[in-house]
Design a protein around this ligand. Structure first.
Ligand code: FAD
Length: 471
């Protein structure tokens, strides 16, 4: 079998070496031609079309250790697939040995201590499902099919971020297999420097096998959902969004977006495909308070659709799933914002009006609150000046439309990027965002991350990520 080395050289991996690997691994080991190969090699973003030479679906920590040792001993390019949702396709690489973590999806909840331990292959929905049995939740993202590990290693934010910070601010410990094949635990008290780097520095330091999340009382019912208006109302709705975001309690997190209306049953048929402005909200506090807090949204102007209601928290967490199917083509541009100025909403509307695909959107996510109260040096995630995220989210079906959609996203970004804090979200960077954008994401933390990398992975075994190996 032809495989890629770490230095990007194609070499032959002999059959006896492969037999040795198989004898050390309990999970399935396969390559192209196997019925499971396509599912493993493909990722959420259909623009990514890479072919690893070899896939190992690890069944447990012992398999991960065996894989890391094997890759190191044979100088193999290694890639790690969590939920496969990274838009840049960092989970996969041509000619690599892929560690597919999808068989490691166990979650253990300790309701007394309010801690959940999630295995590294979990999707967000796996964790929410188990923690909600106890009326508890971890701080995770907005789409239930996203992998917890990639999200957490890059920072992570969602509806609960205003109350409790980045996902990574709420990690108690991570367990990982390091480049030398050791199983190591990292927390504020065990290997604290490594823990600092894992909390936002991407997958640079090892294969994470489990994450302990701090949990908070949330749900099982919350008030959440979406209200939509015709795009003609965007100027008023976005001004309202800005005002409401400035005064809303931290229990409430808001998202504003403009896009062509999807063919959703809660939107009138005649509006499908027409431009709309929408506001999403999640109030995770007391239900009576929540209903009062969302009332002004529901009564604002003349909505064309309103599904902002009491519902299970897990339902809200999967409300957007169908809008983000695996295999469609995606291209994003994104910035952190310290505020949303009226001039920015003007540009937001201008570029939303130029969207070229029925699936694309311009989005503001509100994040401000707990994350702004920690110092920048708290962990590698940094970006403590971020109060909103802007995402220019291109999404379309066919390769023929690549150029038009990418050009739209880039033009909008070029016109808007001056409103940025100067920081961007590591996990939203696309394949054509180079090392300078990794610097924009990691900012002040970059130097310390370089030093941690030297200690824990001096030969850069873990390189198919937003790599911070010093040159
Ligand atoms: C539809 C969609 C919605 C999203 N929503 C949010 C959101 O609400 N909030 C948010 O913060 N982000 C969000 N994201 C971004 C998301 O955080 C990143 O895409 C993240 O990389 C996804 O993690 P994953 O495990 O699914 O990805 P993968 O593509 O599997 O992996 C991403 C990176 O993490 C590394 N990695 C994965 N598992 C391991 C492991 N066990 N050990 C070491 N490294 C590992 C991979 O090698 C790769 O470098 C969203 C993305 C999508 C596509």
């Amino acid at each position: 079998m032809v495989v890629q080395t770490m230095a990007n050289r194609a070499i032959e991996l002999k059959q006896d070496a492969l037999d040795m690997l198989r004898s050390r691994i309990k999970g399935p080991v396969f390559s192209a031609g196997d019925s499971r190969y396509e599912e493993s090699r493909t990722v959420w973003n259909g623009m990514i079309d890479k072919h690893p030479a070899l896939v190992v679906r690890c069944l447990g920590v012992a398999d991960v250790i065996a894989c890391v040792n094997f890759a190191r001993e044979h100088d193999l390019l290694l890639c790690i697939k969590g939920g496969g949702h990274n838009i840049a396709g960092l989970a996969t690489a041509d000619g690599a040995m892929m560690l597919d973590m999808s068989l490691m999806r166990g979650v253990w909840v300790d309701p007394q201590q309010r801690v959940a331990r999630a295995q590294a292959g979990c999707l967000l929905g796996d964790v929410d499902r188990e923690t909600q049995l106890h009326g508890l939740a971890a701080v995770l993202g907005f789409v239930s099919l996203t992998g917890v590990t990639g999200l957490t290693l890059g920072g992570g934010f969602g509806y609960l971020t205003r109350r409790w910070g980045y996902t990574t601010d709420n990690v108690l410990a991570m367990e990982l297999v390091t480049a030398d094949g050791r199983l190591v635990r990292a927390s504020r008290t065990e290997n604290p420097d490594l823990f600092w780097g894992l909390c936002g520095g991407g997958g640079n330091f090892g294969v994470v096998t489990g994450i302990d999340y701090k949990l908070y009382p949330v749900g099982p019912e919350i008030v959440g959902g979406v209200v939509a208006w015709p795009a003609a109302e965007a100027s008023k709705v976005l001004a309202f969004f800005r005002d409401l975001a400035a005064s809303a309690p931290r229990e409430m997190a808001l998202v504003a977006m403009m896009r062509p209306a999807p063919p959703a049953p809660w939107l009138p048929k005649e509006m499908h495909g027409k431009p709309i402005v929408a506001m999403m909200a999640c109030h995770s506090g007391k239900l009576e308070d929540a209903e009062k807090a969302v009332a002004p949204i529901k009564s604002f102007g003349k909505p064309i659709g309103d599904i902002l209601v009491r519902r299970p928290y897990t339902q809200l967490q999967s409300l957007l799933d169908a809008t983000q199917p695996k295999g469609r083509r995606y291209y994003w541009k994104s910035e952190y914002l310290a505020e949303i100025k009226p001039e920015l909403t003007d540009k937001f509307m201008t570029h939303a009006a130029k969207i070229v695909s029925p699936h694309s959107a311009m989005i503001f996510f509100q994040l401000d609150g707990a994350l702004n109260e920690l110092p920048n040096e708290h962990s590698a995630v940094g970006n403590r000046d971020a109060r909103f995220v802007l995402n220019i989210a291109g999404s379309w079906e066919h390769p023929e439309a690549d150029q038009a959609n990418i050009a739209w996203a880039r033009a909008a970004w070029n016109d808007i990027k001056s409103f940025s804090t100067g920081g961007t979200y590591l996990n939203f960077l696309t394949a054509d965002d180079g090392p300078e954008r990794t610097k924009d994401a990691l900012r002040q933390g970059l130097q310390r991350l370089g030093a941690i990398k030297k200690t824990w992975d001096p030969h850069n075994l873990f390189r198919t990520n937003r790599n911070i190996h010093p040159a």
